[in-house]
Write a protein that binds this ligand. Structure first.
Ligand code: ZN
Length: 696
């Protein structure tokens, strides 16, 4: 049955003073008009709606466009919406205004249009957004010929407010051309789903529940379906769904490896999963390791290949060939394999050239490596820059073999050294509001050893998850998974100018999963912001902090802090490399690292990040001390601890001179950063202090 589009509007259940949000596909209405020789005049259609709600009403139409996420400039006056042409038609009219957010923007009309256009939100969803306005003002969501699944963006608003583990706030930076055609670089965010989760959410049940509860209802006008939802009332239903059932379960069933909450991510499980992979400074083991991280935890991880043929040198270094190995063993005259790389990949000297020979033990002995002072351990030995072959064995076994120096052995190494290969590394960039960056680097070049350095890989992964989950992110985080030394040099070669410009602090994560010390290696002069933060965190995380000078360097801080690089990077460890006996041996195994040790390593890095994210400078507004009681800050009941609290509070206030950062005050008071931050947050709430600046 044909319905004229103006008749259609007449039948809509809207009336004077309504606040309505319309999601629509009006092509069917237009098509029907055309079929009946009527010209579909979209402006007449819009006029009919605005006439119905009158000057006291407000009409909101979506003109969403995701180009800004793809680095395409947003032009306030020209960028059109991709959510139907009703909104785009409204944008052309003088009686509508566009709201500011470049991704989720709206064409708005009526009583509240100026207010809506004044909202200058960075996050697409959350407080102080058009969505929140719709909730607070009991707007009606009207869907014309579109499915609930395809249009009810309010769901994302609730997800944002509740905080869900399958989405995070992703910041996008790009050119923004404003209403007056001025271009500037701006940062906006929207919540997106983690790439590594395969989510097949279907919200039909949610909609049915709203229909049952009379929060939503449908109207048939001719062949058209119009759905009405009371937005404010829908909040509780969606919230309940998010908190109690469907969405979350679906994700877990779809992808059993994906760990949704960083809190629940088991560090030891990551290490166990990738322990047996043969890694080196290049080769398929590194690709496999990064692929594992990408598929299970870090969907946005970029796996990059540095071509050896195209880059024969890296600064002062020759680029090593790509090394891969399939087999390596030594067998006696009876064909018994006395050493087999398949049993433990530490048996092979890293970067061994291929060989297939039969030699007496006296000659083989020159190619063996063992530890006299740890006779049951297999040492980890490599020879990247001089071509050799060799095997690493326990000293006990070697001594046994030495008894028969004339015994013949068949030595087989099936390896390749490919000059046309590449060196693989991983890069994960998590944007924050600022362009300034924090570099977190860990290395992927060690074969089967747990603390050195699968612990670094696991902690970096969980830290990435933690950073993703921050509701606000000040800094941009650059987390890299590289082969030690050569990978750091490659990464510098590719990015040094950018890093020198933007990196404000950074950490190398090495040997960070045992139950021993908490330690760091400082920058050459121990004078950077990173040094200051690390010293503070160490002091409060353990009674015996181990701070090493740059003279005891050994990991990639060597490259990052070199004279012509000069980045503010400290290395963070539990027990520092070289300071534990199991270091670089087969005893650095899965028993050596513990979930507790790893979790301690994670906390260590996390505390550094919490300082970076929150270390601002505040100034007290009052002249003289504030009268605390007036602000509800003075405990009215005197109990144990309340005097301490008051003393702490007044001490902090005494140093809020607009020059000291929170970290400075924590140092002056000799208390942990977060304890000062807690009180600062209370002072912000009582409006007693002003932000006077940011850290560094
Ligand atoms: Zn090492």
């Amino acid at each position: 049955m044909f319905v004229h589009y103006l008749k259609f509007v007449e039948k809509l259940n809207i009336s004077s003073g309504n606040i309505i949000f319309i999601a629509s596909d009006i092509s069917k209405l237009a098509y029907e008009a055309q079929e009946n020789d009527i010209v579909f005049n979209i402006n007449e259609f819009i006029d009919a709606i605005t006439n119905k709600i009158g000057n006291e009403g407000t009409l909101i139409l979506p003109v969403y466009n995701w180009d800004f996420c793809k680095n395409i400039p947003f032009d306030y006056n020209k960028t059109i919406g991709k959510t139907g042409y009703l909104g785009n038609a409204a944008l052309k009219r003088n009686d509508f205004i566009r709201t500011k957010h470049p991704i989720y923007s709206f064409a708005v009309w009526g009583k509240d249009k100026h207010y809506l256009a004044s909202i200058d939100n960075i996050h697409a969803f959350g407080k102080n957004t058009v969505y929140q306005y719709l909730i607070d003002n009991h707007a009606t969501n009207i869907a014309i010929n579109v499915n609930f699944n395809d249009h009810y963006t309010i769901c994302h608003q609730i997800e944002q407010l509740v905080g869900v583990p399958y989405r995070y706030n992703k910041y996008f930076k790009g050119d923004y051309i404003d209403v007056n055609n001025n271009i500037s670089k701006k940062t906006y965010s929207m919540s997106v789903r983690y790439l590594e989760l395969s989510l097949s959410g279907d919200a039909v049940e949610l909609y049915n529940e709203m229909l049952d509860k009379k929060i939503a209802y449908e109207q048939k006008i001719g062949s058209h379906t119009v759905s009405y939802i009371d937005i404010a009332k829908s909040v509780a239903v969606i919230e309940n769904d998010i908190l109690h059932n469907n969405a979350l379960k679906q994700i877990q069933y779809n992808h059993n490896k994906a760990r949704l909450f960083h809190q629940k991510l088991q560090l030891k499980e990551i290490i166990t999963d990738i322990f047996s992979i043969t890694r080196s400074i290049s080769g398929n083991g590194n690709r496999q390791t990064l692929k594992y991280l990408k598929e299970n935890y870090l969907g946005e991880l970029k796996i990059l290949e540095y071509s050896i043929a195209d880059n024969p040198t890296i600064f002062d270094w020759e680029t090593p060939y790509e090394w891969n190995i399939d087999e390596a063993y030594i067998e006696d005259e009876n064909g018994n394999k006395i050493i087999d790389f398949k049993n433990n990949n530490l048996h092979i000297l890293g970067y061994s050239e291929p060989v297939d020979i039969t030699i007496p033990f006296s000659e083989l002995d020159n190619h063996l490596y063992s530890l006299e002072d740890d006779i049951d351990a297999i040492p980890y030995v490599t020879s990247y820059y001089k071509t050799r072959w060799g095997f690493c064995i326990t000293h006990r076994q070697r001594e046994e073999l030495r008894k028969n120096p004339k015994q013949l052995y068949h030595v087989v190494i099936k390896s390749t050294l490919n000059k046309n290969g590449s060196i693989t590394y991983g890069e994960l960039i998590i944007n924050g509001y600022e362009d300034d960056e924090i570099l977190i680097s860990t290395y992927i070049c060690h074969p089967s050893m747990a603390n050195d350095n699968l612990s670094g890989i696991a902690v970096a992964t969980k830290i990435a998850k933690y950073i993703y989950a921050l509701p606000e992110r000040k800094y941009t985080y650059r987390i890299i998974f590289i082969p030690e030394t050569i990978g750091a040099l490659i990464y510098l070669k590719e990015n040094i100018t950018h890093l020198q410009k933007y990196v404000k602090a950074g950490f190398v994560l090495s040997c960070i999963g045992d139950d021993g010390d908490y330690s760091c290696v400082h920058t050459p002069y121990n004078n950077t912001y990173t040094d200051k933060i690390v010293t503070h965190v160490l002091k409060h995380i353990t009674d015996e902090p181990k701070e090493y000078s740059f003279l005891e360097r050994g990991s990639d801080e060597r490259q990052f802090c070199a004279p012509n690089v000069n980045l503010p990077i400290c290395t963070l460890s539990r027990t520092k490399f070289g300071k534990f006996k199991k270091y670089h041996t087969s005893n650095d195994n899965l028993d050596f690292v513990t979930e507790k040790g790893l979790q301690g390593g994670f906390e260590y890095v996390k505390k550094c990040i919490d300082i970076l994210e929150n270390n601002n400078i505040y100034k007290i507004k009052t002249v003289g001390e504030p009268q605390l009681g007036k602000y509800g800050l003075y405990p009215t009941i005197s109990q144990k601890g309340s005097a301490d609290y008051t003393r702490r509070l007044t001490n902090i206030i005494a140093y809020l001179n607009g020059e000291n950062s929170i970290l400075d005050i924590a140092e002056i008071l000799n208390v942990p950063f977060n304890e000062v931050l807690e009180i600062i947050n209370q002072l912000i709430e009582t409006n007693l202090i002003n932000m006077a600046g940011k850290d560094i």
